[in-house]
Design a binder for this molecule. Structure first.
Ligand code: BGC
Length: 746
């Protein structure tokens, strides 16, 4: 293929090459008929296909699977890969070669309007989810577009904002969410974000697009701009942005031509970008031979898959035993979401579903022997969200006359979407007031939430159970019914922390940023549970939390070594048992904790997870392999991930807040950090290095000061070398300079 590409490039004119670097319209790459180069088509993404019909705002029907927030709660790589494979089939059925997803931006604040599309606050979970998705899609000959690269974590000023992040935070949190997915799953394309990163637009950021993406991570695919993310097209080509989307109607093509003619863009840079686009096009064409663009599934099959996936994603947040519900007696179903469910978010990922489950109907179908009563509870068409006393009264009466009540509530469309951020973390007053009122008269009140990101739950103490349904796609209704009646045992675990209130969130003071077009990530690496744990702020529901209708017991943890070093791997085995009466699935979570560190580090960090299915009484042992990176932080002096020698704890359990198993290992780091000495070096720094200590003692002895540096007090330790004269000895400048030089030559 490389030969073909070189040959094609050698035959192309400058004008053809420049045109190749822009879409021919909103969704196609440019063709060159003369040379037989076809165009390929892309479409959104990520949780279903949005192939536009040509009429503004309309797209062809496609299966709407659970959105990113929900999907990540499955913690199930195999399931996510199956979803990816189904998405590829949907693409093939509509002639699409690349789906624009997955979206892996970190959930820095619960307020980001696009959180519903993103996976997690944790880069490991996010990147693993993305890898599984990419592998699934690409296994069927369809490409993906990992987006939005990078640090695109709010919607306010999204096309122009400057995201200011320090290097360590960028590496450990925001880039890490992309890194494993790029290295392991090799997405065919990466989409650069709209925003600036540390003063430079991502679309013209060489550090991101070339130094990190290609040189460090070995990315060999094509970089595409987010739709309209191009600022200066010629700078973009130089930085590593291959394809601009959508078309700029020739304006930027001319800019590229001019820049090549003036020498600003060297011929090699142009050919490199053209090569990346061509290689993607040829790959898509080649893939079609093995995976023809035909329909290989029925819509009902994919709807059933969407239901299965959704039922593995929803998270049972609270349950006093009211769930699962009985299939007999009288059940009050309350809230307009039961008839008009919210199951996806607004913006570029909005899908025209092939079919739609209505929760109320699905409840009736799941339990034909049950008397189901219904009441609106609130009016979705009232955008103010003000409680309607008449609707609440009616709902209370319905609830009173039933054995249990299920309230469908959450966030209406206008509360969150691509394009704008939420202003607060509250549900509409009408939903909150309804839940308060119903739970006063009905002790078996269950709340099912449809929302894309965390909400405050002022009523949490008054209700019996809460099922977090997120935006679980077109089969949300069926999946919710499956869980409510226990036809499916819930197994989702939160991929993000639910704080009690917005002000507990680490980004609270800096979201969306104090000035327009500017945000500083001042909380640094302390995002999500990394912050709440360190600050000992109890959340409403912790990261990794999720209940089941059965119970699990963590029985043992073993490592194959007790001491490891940089080149080693550590095998960890964790045994978990189902101690309840139902079959169920549990996600074993593995965290690593640096017990004592001179570097500021989170209390612990997620480094592994495995979802297992267990019959009642069954026990399984799952295995994890850890290596250097799992113990490391990003060292900004050495510009690499490094470990500080010392003791680490390997913690395992079913939630970040519940890790009953712990095994200790000692890490011996090979990192060589040559200290740099100068007149401001503190005596305590010298004391850390035996050779430097000996040298300084010998030096001082020459001037009549005989001391044991190791035995000095803290306040002397904090004295810089330049202040030695305070001990009463007179050291000539030349001798002092010699000392510094010798220390640096040790
Ligand atoms: C979004 C992308 C999307 C693209 C194409 C942009 O506004 O940020 O995620 O893929 O539009 O619809």
């Amino acid at each position: 293929m490389e030969k073909d590409i070189k040959k094609l490039i050698s035959q192309m004119t400058l004008e053809e090459k420049a045109a190749m670097l822009s879409g021919s319209d909103s969704w196609h790459t440019a063709a060159v008929d003369r040379l037989g180069i076809p165009s390929v088509m892309m479409a959104d993404g990520p949780h279903g296909l949005r192939r536009e019909t040509g009429v503004r705002g309309e797209s062809y029907p496609a299966t709407c699977f659970p959105t990113g927030s929900a999907l990540a709660c499955s913690w199930d790589r195999a399931l996510i890969t199956r979803l990816g494979s189904a998405l590829a089939d949907e693409c093939r059925s509509q002639g699409i070669s690349i789906i624009l997803g997955p979206a892996v931006n970190i959930k820095r604040s619960p307020l980001c309007g696009r959180n519903f599309e993103y996976y997690s606050e944790d880069p490991y979970l996010s990147s693993q989810t993305a890898s599984a998705y990419i592998k699934g899609v690409q296994s069927k000959g369809v490409g993906t577009s990992l987006k939005h690269f990078a640090a695109n974590n709010k919607e306010t000023d999204r096309m122009t904002t400057d995201t200011v992040v320090d290097e360590r935070t960028l590496r450990e949190i925001y880039l890490a969410s992309f890194e494993t997915a790029v290295i392991e799953a090799k997405p065919w394309t990466v989409m650069c974000a709209y925003n600036k990163l540390n003063g430079e637009f991502c679309s013209e950021n060489r550090y991101l697009l070339t130094d990190i993406l290609r040189k460090e991570w070995g990315f060999e695919g094509m970089v595409v701009s987010d739709w309209g993310a191009v600022n200066e097209r010629d700078d973009g080509v130089l930085a590593g942005l291959d394809l601009e989307m959508p078309t700029s109607f020739g304006v930027n093509t001319q800019k590229i031509i001019d820049a090549v003619k003036s020498g600003k863009i060297p011929a090699e840079a142009l050919d490199r970008a053209v090569g990346h686009v061509l290689s993607l096009v040829l790959k898509c064409i080649e893939a079609k031979k093995s995976f023809p663009h035909t329909k290989t599934f029925t819509d009902s099959e994919h709807h059933a898959l969407a239901r299965e996936i959704a039922s593995q994603c929803m998270v049972l947040l609270k349950n006093d035993g009211t769930l699962p519900l009985k299939k007999t007696g009288r059940l009050a179903v309350i809230g307009q979401f039961a008839k008009k469910p919210r199951y996806q978010g607004g913006g570029s990922s909005h899908i025209h579903p092939t079919m739609l489950d209505i929760p109320l109907d699905e409840i009736k179908k799941s339990a034909p022997g049950l008397t189901v009563l219904y009441s609106d509870g609130y009016d979705l068409s009232d955008e103010t969200g003000a409680p309607d006393p008449a609707l609440i009264d009616e709902a209370v009466k319905t609830a009173e006359s039933a054995d249990a009540a299920v309230i469908f509530a959450g966030l209406p469309d206008s509360f969150e979407s691509e394009g704008y951020d939420r202003r607060h973390m509250k549900m509409p007053d009408s939903h909150n007031a309804l839940i308060e009122a119903v739970s006063k008269v009905q002790k078996n009140t269950v709340v099912v939430l449809f929302n894309g990101s965390p909400v405050e739950m002022p009523w949490i103490g008054s209700v019996s159970a809460v099922l977090e349904g997120y935006l679980c796609g077109q089969a949300s209704g069926g999946a919710a019914a499956d869980i409510l009646f226990g036809d499916v045992n819930p197994s989702g675990k939160l991929a993000e922390t639910f704080p009690k209130k917005l002000s507990d969130n680490p980004s609270y003071l800096n979201f969306p940023g104090e000035k327009p077009n500017y945000v500083e990530y001042r909380e640094g690496i302390f995002v999500g549970y990394r912050y709440y744990e360190k600050k000992q702020i109890a959340p409403l529901f912790p990261f990794g939390h999720g209940l089941s209708y059965t119970t699990f017991e963590y029985r043992g943890i073993k490592t194959d070594k007790t001491e490891i070093g940089d080149g080693d791997t550590l095998t960890v085995q964790v045994t978990v048992a189902n101690t309840g009466k139902r079959a169920g699935k549990e996600t074993v979570q593995l965290y690593v904790r640096d017990v004592e560190s001179s570097i500021m580090r989170p209390f612990k960090e997620l480094r592994g997870f495995e979802k297992v299915e267990l019959e009642p009484g069954e026990e399984k042992t799952v295995s994890f392999t850890l290596s250097k990176r799992d113990f490391a932080y990003y060292d900004t002096e050495l510009n690499s991930f490094e470990v500080e020698s010392g003791t680490f704890e390997i913690l395992a359990g079913g939630s970040s807040a519940d890790t009953p198993l712990c095994q200790t290992v000692v890490y011996h780091s090979g990192a060589v950090r040559k200290p740099k000495y100068n007149k401001l070096t503190q005596i305590g720094e010298i004391a850390k290095n035996p050779a430097a200590t000996a040298l300084l003692q010998e030096f001082l002895a020459k001037f009549g000061l005989n001391i044991d540096i190791k035995a000095l007090s803290q306040w002397i330790y904090e004295m810089p070398l330049r202040n030695i004269y305070l001990t009463g000895i007179n050291i000539p400048q030349e001798e002092f300079d010699n000392l510094i030089e010798k220390l640096n030559n040790l």
